[in-house]
Structure formats: C-alpha cells, structure tokens
Design a protein around this ligand. Sequence first.
Ligand SMILES: [Zn+2]
Ligand SMILES: [Zn+2]
Length: 399
Amino acid sequence: MKSLKYTAILILSLALTSVAVAQRHSHNSVQASFHSYYHRQQIVIPDVCGYNVYTAGLHTHTIYSDGQVTPLYRVREAWRYGLDILAITDHIEYRPTENDMLRYMTGYIKDEYSDRPRGVNTNVSRREADERGIIADLNVGYETAKTANEKFGLLLIRGAEITRGDNHFNVLFTKDNNKVYDADIEKSMRNAIDQGAIVIHNHPKIDKSTETQMTPLAESLHAKGLLSGVEVGNSFHSWDHLFRYAIDKGYALISGTDAHSSFDEFYYQNGNRSTYPNMTLVLAKRCDEQSIKEALVKGRTIAYQNGKLIGREEYLLGLFNASVSLQHMCDTRRETMVIITNKSSFPYELRYNKHNAVVHAMGSLQISLPIGAKEVEFEVRNLFVGKGEYVKVKMAVQR
Ligand SMILES: [Zn+2]
Ligand SMILES: [Zn+2]
C-alpha cells in the first residue's frame, strides 16, 4: 500500500515536471516564432454561384528573368497582400540578370565565347537562340519559391512567359520549363500544353483597324484552341475594347500585375487608387491545381483592376448579390429610406436616377427612394461586361 502511494506520488511529480517542461518548451517556441511574423491583408469575398472565390496573381517576375526581387520575396508578398494563388512567370527568352549572376561568380566560371562570363542566349526575344539553345535551368525560380512557400501555403503555379517581340504569352501549370523553348512560338506553346499547361495571352496588341480584335497571330492561335485566357488588365492598363470581345470568344478574363519590382513600389506608388494589386478572381470548388486549371479553362474568372471588376454577367451579378443586401428602414412623409450593406472587400459604385453613390467595402449606405418604392434598379459602375457596359441590378424593398 505504502509503496503504491509513493509510486503514485512519484508518477504525479514526474507528470507535473513534464507538464512544466512542456509549458516552458511551448513558451520558448512561441517566443521563437515571434522572431519573424507577417501581416496578411484579408480580401473577403462571399461564395459566388456555388463556388469559392480565390484570389490569384497569375503574372509575376523575379530575378530569374528581368525582375528585381527573389522568388522567396514574391511568395511572402503575395501572401501579405491576400492572394491565395501565385504564379511566377519568368521570361524564357529574356533573362538579363543571368549575366550579373555570372559576373558575380567570375572566379568559378570560364566562358569560351567572351572574356566576361555571360549567360547563354539570355536575350532571344527578337531572334532565334543559337545552336547552344537555352541552357539555364528555368525551373530554379519555381523551385526556390516552392521551398519558401512551405511557410505560407499558397497554391503555387509553375509557369513561364513566352516572349517574342510584341507577342507575350504565359504558360501556366508547366511541369518542366526547360522543355518549353522552340524557335517557333506556336511549337513552344504546344511544348507547354503537352505538359498539361494552359496559355494566357498577355498584354495583347490590338488590331488598330478594328480596335476589338487581337493580332492575326493571336487570332490564329485562338482559332486553333491554344489560348484559354487573355489579360484585360495588366499593370496600369486595361483593354476596355476587349472586355465584350473576350467574353464572347470564350476567354477567361485575366488581370495581372506583371510585377517586376515589389507590388508596393511598382504598383501603389504610381497613382493606383485601388487597395489591391491586379488579380484574377477564380471561381472554383477547391484551391488546388486541378480545380483552378478547370476554372480557367472554362472562363470562370473575374478580372480585378484598379477598382474595376470585369467578367461575365452571371458571375458579376452573383458576386454583387452575394455581397450586397438591402433593408427597408422607414417611410417618411416624402421618402422611403433604405440601407444597403456590403459584406465584401470590394466597394460598389451605384448609379440610380443620375445620382452616384458608393457602398464601401464592409460598409453600409443609407439612401432615400421615392415614397412607397417596392424595387430599385442600380447600374453598378465598376462591374463591367463591356466597354462602358455596366451590370444592372434590381433590389426589392421589402417592408
Ligand atoms: Zn510580357
Ligand atoms: Zn511579364
């Protein structure tokens, strides 16, 4: 009995000691984790048309082409800015930073072609690569980003930008960027598509005579079924003439930062009035490669650019109706007062009877309607289905 009692005390005291040790350890690990922490901006978007809405940055550059930041920085930046998905799309044919990297390693490297170590075919965007082809490892950018992303958990997409003169195309969901290049641009695309990739037409050149069509090259690639999406927004530019055209032609509407430096420096300090960088909202069941690729192929996207939301009417209406509600407040002698509430992170610019008002992100707006109003119709001036074509919404006034 006695020994049992002592055993019990011993076990209890051992247990207490281990609890204390465990507490101290967890205390230490909490302290340790505070050595580095980052704030994330949350972008709140309700479900739209039965899908989750994911925020995607599908066009960015790093030092592995002509960008000024590392893949690690890109991942952290995307997470901090509230993105769920990031594609790093370094140029295949234009990689000026390689020359500096090689000069940095002069002591290690000899170059039979020049007295200074230089990269091989680092600028073949306006001519063909010579017989050496491209020998840089074009997967390194993605692979370093992937390691960095272990701490952030974005959906990271392997991609690249095919760059020939004025024709630029992103290939997304590649498996091996070293097997994309070919002297022929269409063959380059097919090399990527054979790996399961899809192609996005970046910052398109517009056919001057029609103003709505793309270049003959882009038109013929689209006719062959090679293009899934087109950028209607890129950095500060939007291609308003293409909104309706791209929808009718079945493209996914894409908006990319095309950031070469940091979002902050490149984007906000150049007069962008928006809170968010350009992004593509992707309507999908899950945030995985298969679901996101499927959504892009089927055109289930909304392009966000500098406060504008551009897309197919059903998705824009779905976004608005899921975000904004109207409640009747009271009827005075002359007016019906209503409150409009927005539970999303995007403001909406409402136009009613030649009056404009903004219902702010996560805000409410009180407005007066003619006495006895049963319904109100707004034109939402930042929801675009075409150039100067806005989504119209009807809201019931229920008493
Ligand atoms: Zn480009
Ligand atoms: Zn680019």
